[in-house]
Design a protein around this ligand. Structure first.
Ligand code: TRP
Length: 367
């Protein structure tokens, strides 16, 4: 049998999801789901991982589980095709993490660039929680428990996937071929890799208030784009403008396709023409922002409308998640069976081991 193609990915429930999540990963997931090319798809809400740096604020994590689930459903993830579940409900992941911890050194974890910057960002230097420090190991468990072949994530997750691959190789080397090495699947457009905040800052973050959320109203989206950071030296319409580092153009790079011009800005054939005009001078920010607004509303409106529908029956969302957890748990339990067998810690199923020990104590073999 050809190796199954299995997708696994997830998000920390620390807030509603924004358009950075959308272009960086969610949109792709839905395309992959609908492509029919994958045998299984697992999408999960990483509540236990979210606790590793929100231990003071568990209620935030708890409240946001449903927000993320609603965002998932509203972008078009479909529970009949993708198993959507909550990390903490799968105890097998803890067991696997515990075994993987023996395969990773402290210095290897210290070299993880994503963990390094996150530790700085959170001022953890002096007091890193062990759980936070080791979350790349638990993330390897998330991925491998489902035998994922493909992990669609943003580029900041690259070190995590590399760490998972190393663990897989080491496990398989010691215990025999058991686990599957995952591949990362990055967004194909550079602009989608890391969408900046509306203020032009590198990262969208709730605390900076520079995110456009999938659940924002049409009004909020319009306001946020109207006040978006552009080229600070582009003061008058006739001035030449810079496109690089200009958030409106970065967003257009991520969201715009040629058909949008036909619908909303027929004077231009494509984004290159629009950029050229902006650079030359004579094109005002307001016009470009209006164009971006039209594109964003077109993309976000169906998402917003679907969310409204799903919000009407919250208990049904929890039911969906419960079913997802049950299915996910079955898959993880099957892998754990194999892992325990490979590690030979399945003592009670191992008739040979019991017979061998019995022979030893009858003096039939040298102990
Ligand atoms: N670390 C990821 C994030 O912050 C979330 C995550 C946890 C994840 N486990 C995963 C992503 C496994 C992909 C695969 O977004």
């Amino acid at each position: 049998m050809a190796k199954e193609k299995i997708i696994l990915t997830g998000d920390r429930p620390t807030g509603r999801l924004h358009i950075g999540h959308y272009v960086g990963s969610l949109k792709r997931r839905v395309e992959l789901q609908n492509s029919g090319l994958y045998d299984k798809i697992f999408i999960f809400i990483a509540d236990a991982q979210a606790l590793t740096d929100n231990m003071e604020n568990p209620e935030k994590v708890r409240q946001n589980v449903i927000e993320v689930a609603l965002d998932y459903l509203s972008v078009g993830l479909d529970p009949s095709r993708s198993t959507i579940f909550i990390q903490s409900q799968i105890p097998e992941l803890c067991e696997l993490t515990f075994y993987y911890m023996d395969l990773v050194t402290v210095s290897r974890l210290q070299r993880n660039p994503t963990v390094k910057t996150e530790i700085q960002m959170r001022n953890f230097e002096a007091s890193i929680p062990v759980g936070f420090f080791t979350y790349p190991i638990s993330q390897a468990a998330d991925i491998t428990a489902f035998k994922a072949t493909t992990v669609p994530v943003g580029e900041d997750q690259e070190p995590m996937i590399e760490q998972a691959r190393e663990i897989v190789r080491r496990f398989n080397y010691i215990y025999g071929e058991t686990l599957v090495e995952p591949e990362i699947l990055l967004p194909d457009k550079a602009a989608c890799m890391r969408l900046p905040g509306t203020d032009g800052k590198a990262k969208m973050s709730k605390s900076l208030g520079n995110c456009i959320y999938l659940s924002d109203s049409a009004d909020e989206v319009q306001k946020k784009i109207r006040s978006m950071y552009t080229d600070p030296d582009h003061l008058r319409v006739q001035d030449p403008g810079k496109v690089e580092g200009n958030t409106v153009f970065t967003y257009l790079d991520a969201f715009c396709c040629p058909e949008h011009f036909g619908r909303y800005l027929p004077e231009y054939a494509n984004l290159d023409e629009l950029k050229a005009h902006y650079r030359r001078g004579g094109l005002g920010d307001v016009k470009v922002k209006k164009f971006l607004t039209a594109i964003m509303q077109e993309e976000l409106e169906p998402i917003r409308n679907r969310r409204k529908e799903f919000e009407k029956d919250i208990p049904a969302i929890y039911d969906m998640l419960r079913e997802g957890c049950e299915k996910a748990r079955e898959a993880a339990a099957a892998t754990l069976d194999e892992v325990r067998r490979a590690m030979k810690i399945n003592y009670f199923d191992d008739k040979e081991l019991i017979a061998e020990q019995a022979r030893k104590y009858r003096g039939e073999v040298q102990g």
